[in-house]
Ligand binder design. Structure first.
Ligand code: BTN
Length: 269
């Protein structure tokens, strides 16, 4: 058995509860299961009962973890963070900004703890920037269920290189500026996201100029020539010039302006 695998501990619920309390997190209630098919599926079942906004689900292992665009999301047990947060969406106008907001909260949290530059690749992949190359270290999958949105967040914590699914990915532990625990990281992120969510929800309209600024200032996609693979299989090329009020990526293409609301984006160097 691999050494690093044996050293990995499962999440400790008491330690997490202490960390959430220490940070006065506005979201404190969670379910922690040792193994699940997907935290998003467990969250979907919770929604069938009455559940408070901000309740979140954690696990040490997912057997059927999902990524965006029907991709799988897998990691060895205890090596990665799997978080699904239940949000109420009924009164919110610009649902397209929820995935971007989660990206801002995660970028802000991780950047404070890391020695390397961290950016958001539209819509919400978190990438480590090294010598003009980008290594994905976290991803976010949003799923809408009736009046709820489930924000499913996966963070590569301490996978070794050969445990990561693709060459252009990375785990974060080797770049941390302290020996931050998984429980501390979850508490930091959840409390950051909760504060941002409340700020945006209480504003007259969202996205607020402050959220838009935070997103654009940290989005590595803007200003780049990109090619995007659409869910239809079609490929589209253009200059990423803006983010719309609905959270779409606005492209200048030879055919004119195109707004993307999904798609897998490749940055050209
Ligand atoms: C992506 O970048 O494609 C999104 C990945 C999202 C993965 C997370 S892990 C927790 C939650 N449960 C899932 O099955 N998926 C999300």
């Amino acid at each position: 058995m691999n050494q690093s695998y044996r050293k990995r501990a499962p999440l400790d619920p008491q330690s997490l509860a202490r960390e959430l309390e220490k940070r006065q997190s506005l979201w404190k209630n969670f379910d922690l299961e040792d193994e699940l098919s997907s935290t998003n599926d467990f969250a979907k079942d919770l929604i069938k009962k009455e559940i408070n906004e901000g309740h979140f689900v954690l696990t040490n292992f997912q057997s059927k973890g999902r990524g965006r665009q029907d991709r799988t999301w897998i990691a060895p047990k205890n090596s990665s963070l799997f978080i699904s947060i239940i949000l109420k969406s009924s009164t919110k106008d610009n649902l397209g900004w929820i995935p971007l907001m989660a990206g801002v909260a995660l970028q802000k949290t991780l950047q404070t703890e890391m020695l390397v530059e961290l950016k958001i690749k539209w819509p919400n992949d978190l990438v480590i920037v090294k010598n003009d190359e980008y290594f994905k270290c976290a991803g976010i999958l949003m799923e809408k269920v009736n009046d709820y949105v489930i924000a499913g967040i996966g963070i590569n914590f301490d996978q070794t290189k050969d445990e990561l699914p693709i060459k252009e990915s990375s785990s974060i532990q080797q770049y941390l500026n302290s020996d931050l625990s998984k429980e501390e990281l979850i508490a930091l992120f959840v409390s950051e996201f909760a504060a941002l969510w409340h700020e945006e929800s209480n504003a007259a309209s969202w996205p607020t100029p402050s959220l838009v600024r935070q997103y654009k200032a940290n989005c590595v996609t803007l200003g780049k020539e990109i090619s995007a693979l659409m869910p239809s299989g079609e490929s589209i090329q253009g200059l990423a010039k803006d983010i719309s009020v609905s959270g779409e990526l606005v492209l200048d293409t030879l055919q004119g302006e195109v707004k993307l609301n999904s798609g897998q984006v490749h940055l050209k160097h």
